[in-house]
Design a protein around this ligand. Structure first.
Ligand code: HEC
Ligand code: HEC
Length: 169
């Protein structure tokens, strides 16, 4: 009996260990130099798998009026960037990330995607914290996202009261 309990305890702690070391969702790392140069000036280069071809076409063909900024580029550069995003859009590629973010009703912003909303329940106070400022400031909490694609979060800079509620329940 004692052996049984011990075995059960080991199994139980092993399962706890597995949960806590589970890998955070990972996006393919962006290596396209044109995208990295032109789309990281004001924010991270967002993973193209988060949005659809419809959304990327609208966003990249409308850079002269981009969320209140003029982010326009010459036609050749725009074409390279559009091509990259269309090839990796979530209704085109079949990577794990694309499969997770694909929606039947394409949204125009990552922060409006059902997956984003589901993963960030209770983060309202975090969005307005001075070191975050915007839902779209992914890098403030997912510090390695641009370099490794990992969405492992580190929100230790936020007060405990905000940390407690921010995230999927
Ligand atoms: C205020 C900090 C914060 C910001 C800003 C933020 N996130 Fe998160 N994100 C989190 C936290 C906390 C979790 C963990 C949710 C959980 O597992 O409970 C998370 C989870 C995720 C996950 C799921 C990870 C997994 O393994 O299931 C993805 C994907 C993600 N975020 C993407 C993004 C993207 C893309 C952006 C920007 C558009 C972003 N996040 C902005 C805090 C943030
Ligand atoms: C001159 C500054 C600037 C440049 C350059 C720029 N952006 Fe943005 N972008 C913004 C601002 C400002 C926002 C709104 C951010 C916010 O709401 O916090 C934004 C938001 C976005 C969003 C929406 C993210 C979300 O879901 O909220 C996408 C997608 C995006 N940019 C793509 C791009 C791409 C692709 C490029 C490269 C061609 C680019 N941006 C270059 C300023 C810029």
């Amino acid at each position: 009996m004692r052996t049984f309990i011990l075995a059960a305890a080991i199994l139980f702690s092993a399962s706890l260990f597995n949960t806590s070391t589970v890998q955070a969702e990972t996006f393919p790392v962006i290596k396209d130099q044109t995208v990295l140069t032109e789309c990281t000036e004001c924010h991270m280069a967002f993973p193209p798998e988060t949005l659809s071809t419809v959304a990327w076409t609208k966003i990249i063909n409308g850079l002269e009026d981009h969320y209140g900024e003029d982010a326009s580029l010459d036609a050749a550069t725009t074409a390279i960037i559009l091509d990259y995003h269309l090839k990796n859009a979530n209704d085109v590629t079949n990577t794990r990330a694309a499969n997770k973010w694909r929606m039947s009703f394409p949204v125009m912003r990552i922060i409006d995607a059902s997956r984003f909303i589901k993963k960030h329940k209770g983060c309202e106070a975090a969005w307005v914290h001075k070191d975050v400022g915007s839902k779209a400031n992914c890098l403030s909490c997912h510090k390695d996202m641009q370099t490794t694609g990992s969405t492992k979060e580190n929100i230790s800079f936020l007060p405990a009261s905000i940390r407690r509620t921010c995230g999927e329940d």
